[in-house]
Design a protein around this ligand. Structure first.
Ligand SMILES: Nc1ncnc2c1ncn2[C@@H]1O[C@H](COP(=O)(O)OP(=O)(O)OP(=O)(O)O)[C@@H](O)[C@H]1O
Length: 269
């Protein structure tokens, strides 16, 4: 397994009173080339789980259990080891691509910077590789767009640049936290399909976090449904959608727009 989480519990210290536990014993497994969707409403612990996986929990947090990445436990690593893991093994894609991009730097140069740092490429080779990555994330007329600034691109294109920057570090695991929430529906679908293709093509493992079951259903092989820090259910996405075992999952399903239900060939409930 690329990633194996066992009985993860996370609590936060409080100034007054006992610590509050917000993730209550989550376990999951993720293999290369596989996408795990994590779905749940606000406050269900999705972000805390992904921060823990990157070793980025704030100091006030205490985590127990195990988070094995390639067999090594994130929870017992030093900050130095964690930096290496974050640079080399885990890539992040954020909700608002503008926050991950440098507004005053041309997009090709931003991708090339990662390539030079992570892979030690020459300036020239990094530019060639940056162009290849832009084509991989399907930026139209990539050879021209390579010298654009982020503000000259659409929201969907900026998110694809964010994906290209993450890929430049050749991660084995990608964590995408609400990657399409800021985008309109058609653009959402395009970005999700690109992620789906990349996972298959490059054999990376993807954790896709969303409050929207429709987003998860589009590309996740397996789905973990969370509610207030607990696992409600976990299984093949098909199974979860067609035979939800938990009332909370049925509620999420019922909240999906008719259009999305139809595209997944789900009944009207
Ligand atoms: N730094 C922190 N200190 C204290 N409590 C926190 C901290 N970060 C998160 N929490 C609490 O942990 C719980 C889970 O939050 P988390 O952000 O993981 O939810 P989420 O499912 O990602 O929600 P959203 O979709 O709104 O991001 C919440 O109750 C939140 O208040």
């Amino acid at each position: 397994m690329m990633l194996s989480v066992h009985d993860l519990r996370v609590s936060f210290a409080r100034e007054h009173g006992d610590p509050v536990e917000v993730v209550h014993g989550i376990s999951l497994d993720l293999a290369k080339g596989e996408t795990l969707g994590i779905v749940g409403e606000s406050g269900s612990g999705k972000s805390v789980l992904s921060l823990a996986t990157m070793g980025l929990l704030p100091r006030t947090a205490r985590a127990t259990g195990r988070i094995l990445l390639d067999g090594e436990d994130i929870l017992t690593m030093s900050e130095r080891q964690l930096c290496r893991v974050r640079g080399r093994k885990i890539g992040m894609i954020f909700q608002e691509p503008m926050t991950a991009l440098n507004p005053s730097m041309r997009v090709g140069a931003q991708i090339a910077e990662g390539l030079r740092l992570a892979q030690g490429l020459s300036r020239r080779d990094a530019r060639i590789e940056a162009l290849r990555l832009l084509e991989m994330v399907k930026i139209p007329r990539a050879a021209e767009r390579i010298d654009s600034f982020p503000h000259e691109m659409s929201g969907g294109q900026r998110q694809r640049i964010g994906i290209a920057i993450a890929l430049a570090l050749k991660p084995e695991l990608l964590i995408a936290d609400e990657p399409t929430t800021a985008l309109d529906v058609t653009v959402q679908a395009e970005v999700l399909d690109i992620l789906d293709e990349l996972v298959a093509e490059l054999g990376i493992a993807l954790i896709l976090i969303s409050h929207d079951l429709g987003v998860i259903a589009r590309i996740a092989d397996r789905t973990l449904v969370m509610y207030r820090g607990d696992e409600m259910e976990q299984g093949e996405t098909e199974q979860v959608l067609r035979r939800p075992t938990h009332a909370y999952t049925r509620k999420l399903l019922a909240a999906m727009p008719g259009r999305v239900r139809a595209s997944l060939e789900l009944s009207d409930g």
